[in-house]
Design a protein around this ligand. Structure first.
Ligand SMILES: NC(=O)c1ccc[n+]([C@@H]2O[C@H](COP(=O)([O-])OP(=O)(O)OC[C@H]3O[C@@H](n4cnc5c(N)ncnc54)[C@H](O)[C@@H]3O)[C@@H](O)[C@H]2O)c1
Length: 269
């Protein structure tokens, strides 16, 4: 590989903090950043899950890792996680706000019947926690005068769901409050980018489409059929390039952007 390309994507010696980095898409983000040379702090609500992944990444990529237990809906807990990362590595160059998800709680699929407490929890998980992490790490990055904040939003924040795709497979589609929270992450990204740009910090979002994991065959077929590239996203593969691009010098003039990684699903009708 030519030196010019290596320089664009080299993250040697940088420090990345990835929330929910122990599994699935968070693990993909942590893996590609470790492969590019980052020292990696990764969080999970369960410290044992974080430890297991941290050990695996250290062995695979020969980099330093730090496992942290974190509930990012607790602002004080977030401050502690950031302090732990700073005391171990001295700085934070990349934050990946990945922790989140579709359907916590026991709410029924429709907004009309959903328990308000479940709605509150889902918004805290997908939006408030992202704000807390961006607030705490943004402060550190502003002092450094550099940094990259990447938040994993969703195409649910961009387009409405066609519930008919879910019905034949008897699947619960993601909630209306999930769409609201993810749209909030995209809005937050733009305003935070404006606020942090003078400090040399780039703030961007990634909006994945559906990634396939233990889903009914019929749903995968129906969803793939509605996707220009003809398939769902692949864990371990399809998110990594977007994360590496937004974390690396290759994207130094990109901020306030929402990079959609969905095989074309959200623009095709
Ligand atoms: N999988 C998809 O198809 C898809 C599509 C679009 C967007 N996303 C988004 O990508 C991100 C990762 O999705 P995934 O499918 O890998 O999800 P996942 O459920 O496998 O992982 C979510 C991670 O968040 C962590 N987490 C959950 N609650 C937390 C809390 N209160 N505090 C801290 N961490 C917490 C979990 O421990 C886990 O590591 C999420 O933000 C999700 O909304 C996923």
């Amino acid at each position: 590989m030519h030196e010019e390309i290596r320089k664009l994507f080299d993250l040697s010696g940088k420090v990345a903090l990835i929330t929910g980095g122990a599994r699935h898409l968070g693990l993909d983000a942590a893996s590609v950043l470790a492969a590019a040379g980052c020292r990696v702090a990764l969080t999970s609500r369960e410290i044992t899950a974080a430890e297991k992944t941290a050990d695996r990444l250290a062995q695979t990529y020969g980099t330093e890792t730090l496992p942290i237990a974190l509930d990012h809906t607790d602002a004080a807990h977030v401050e502690e996680a950031v302090s732990l990362t700073i005391s171990r590595f001295g700085r934070i160059d990349v934050l990946v706000n990945n922790a989140g998800g579709g359907t916590p709680g026991s709410g029924t699929p429709t907004l009309a019947e959903r328990d308000p407490e479940d709605i509150r929890e889902l918004i805290e998980l997908n939006l408030t926690g992202v704000l807390y992490c961006s607030r705490a790490v943004g402060r550190v990055m502003a002092e450094q005068g550099s940094g990259k904040i990447i938040s994993i939003a969703s195409i649910a924040g961009l387009v409405g769901r066609d519930r008919r795709v879910y019905e034949p497979s008897r699947m619960a589609p993601s909630q209306v409050d999930y769409a609201a929270a993810k749209a909030g992450v995209i809005g937050m990204t733009r305003d935070l980018a404006g606020w942090l740009s003078p400090h040399g910090i780039c703030v961007n979002a990634i909006s994945p489409g559906g990634f396939a994991r233990n889903l009914p065959e019929q749903f995968v077929a129906d969803y793939s059929d509605r996707t220009p590239l003809g398939r769902m996203g692949r864990y371990g593969v399809d998110l990594k390039g977007a994360v590496l691009f937004l974390a690396s010098p290759a994207s130094d003039y990109v901020t306030g952007h929402n990079l959609v990684v969905d095989g074309g699903f959200s623009w095709w009708k």
